[in-house]
Design a protein around this ligand. Sequence first.
Ligand SMILES: *Cc1c(COP(=O)(O)O)cnc(C)c1O
Length: 334
Amino acid sequence: MVLALSRSLAITRLVFRPIALASRPAPYYHTSYSTITQKRTTKMSDKEEQSAKLDLDYTSERAEELKENIEAVQKEIDEVWAEVEGQGGVKPRLVAVSKLKPASDIKALYDAGYRHFGENYIQEMVDKAHALPSDIKWHFIGALQSNKAKLAASIPNLYVLETLSSIKTANMLNKSTPDDQTLNVYIQINTSSEDAKSGVQPLSLSKGSDPEPNPEASELIDLATHILTECPRLRLHGLMTIGSLSASTSNSSDGGNPDFDTLKSTRTALVQALKSKGVKGAPESEGELELSMGMSADFKEAVKQGSSGVRVGTRIFGERPKKVKAGDGQGVTK
Ligand SMILES: *Cc1c(COP(=O)(O)O)cnc(C)c1O
């Protein structure tokens, strides 16, 4: 049984290898893959099929390059952290954003000891999660349509879904998460209030001790309350922002990105509001809610301003390939 299976997989590898090599610079999947698998006589399980699709072999040169990059980023985090450590909080986590990068890159960093990886597209994350070791801690950081919530919740080692921004999606996620499991979620905040960015509006801190939320901001309080009281399988674990890049670059000299300040004060206001509303299960202190902020261009600033987790892609993996629209890894090609 086992022998027959591994033999058929070995044959598959032989057949696939030249194709995989030829498509090196392309995205992690190959469009003609499904055409090839249709010719197979023995049916593979979904899981085997996913795994066979992704080549995990990496060259030592690439592994070395990735390791150098991530160590350089970690060193910069450590240096800034050493300056602000005294202000409390926990040392920020480095999440390697691997979207549109081959699974072999992730495997190289995994083998070097790294576990937290971020992905933006559900189908791509599902495929990679199937092919790669199960103790990887996946962060979903892309836009999530509620009809993809079930697929997201099907990944057993999804560590946190960082982009929750609606009650509808919260309900779908709660329903799709198995009874005996909990799924960490962050609420995404549109700190820069740009139309193009998703997320709920931030809360502003009022001058007095009572937070007087602006009307749209009650959306955040409502969503947080809903998660805490109606979604027993979801664990409200933090807030996330992408922030506007211009805010980061224009302020890097005088220190301080207003988006990061906004996320921080939104957390303060949210914790106060939930407490004063008497919401059951509300966080006791701000420290119970993480702040996911900072990317390649601004992670040092974010650490300085109290980030609990930075999401760094380009600085580790290099420039990403352009995302292809048709058959783009979302699994809708028909
Ligand atoms: C792509 C992405 C990142 C990583 O961006 P880099 O600039 O490549 O570091 C971080 N967060 C989110 C939400 C992203 O979509």
